[in-house]
Write a protein that binds this ligand. Sequence first.
Ligand code: 3Y8
Ligand code: NAP
Length: 253
Amino acid sequence: MPNILLLGGTTEASALARLLAERDVSATFSYAGRTENPRAQPVPIRIGGFGGVSGLAAYLRDHRVTHLVDATHPFAATMSAHAVEAARIAGVPHAALSRPAWRPEPSDDWRSVADIAGAVNALAVPPLRVMLALGRMHADAFAAQPHHHYLLRFVDAPSQPITLPNHSLVVDRGPFGIDGDIRLMRDRGIDLVVCKNAGGSGAQAKLAAARHLHLPVLMIDRPALPDRLEFHRPQDVLDWIDHAASFGNERGV
Ligand code: 3Y8
Ligand code: NAP
């Protein structure tokens, strides 16, 4: 019988959890514990790190996991690297459920940068009203460019003071809608949107809103991820799990 460990935290991970629950497949949904009230899931949840590669490999063995599915965010590069290595050590089949990177439409005004530091450097320009749609973990990096007004959007109210001198904060969790993001950007007089190339649908609204308002986008490219088996649709992950199980070979190899 398959026993899945699903590394979650994305819309696609939640969609896969629903499919697994509908098919009554044994699965555990894993959150890092970054937010106060993570979305409930239709399968058992575990919250918190594993303790690095060795901790995850031990978890896979101790819980007799038959398949490890990494459905974390494309910027969760450490988790994804650990997942590939721990699955190899434990001899557990591994696959990623990821979403293709966003691509600009012909009318879009995107400038791509390699990483957060690249985005900070790109803001060495006269004062702007910047929507920093990066969440909480990277906001402080932009204190190096304190002359802009930053609109921040966090999932939870911050527990630490925000070091950006000139900012306003919206506490909201996605998935976001286009009309809501158009209203937010228009009401706050946004000149520029800074975001990660997350892909998927849950964060895409801001790109459509920027397009509608003819705003430029500073797009942060994804970090490098290890080579691995990847699917883009939850159903394809289910077929991969079924294929291994139907061959009576739970190791999926
Ligand atoms: C804890 C689980 C679902 C999944 C929903 C997706 C969509 C909405 C859009 C903006 C961009 C951002 C941020 C974002 C989105 C989905 C998805 C996605 C971006 C939750 C969640 C967890 C997190 C962690 C959080 C990070 C932050 C990033 C906010 C739950 C809601 C900016 C990424 O306060 C913090 O410490 C937040 C940290 C990592 C990035 C950062 O660097 O701050 N996600 N987001 C997961 C865990 O503990 O394992 O609370 O329910 C999940 C979702 N956030 O099933 O509904 O599929 O991506 N999340 C980015 O894309 O740039 C917001 O504002 O436009
Ligand atoms: P990260 O930097 O790649 O991972 C750092 C450490 O956090 C990992 O080594 C692991 O700790 C722990 N961790 C990460 N994801 C985990 C999970 N799903 N279950 C258990 N432990 C996890 O990760 P991150 O970028 O902080 O992302 C954390 C979570 O937020 C992930 O679930 C991700 O899908 C979600 N998320 C992230 C973003 C983003 O922009 N980064 C956006 C949306 C959602 P140990 O080493 O102790 O095992």
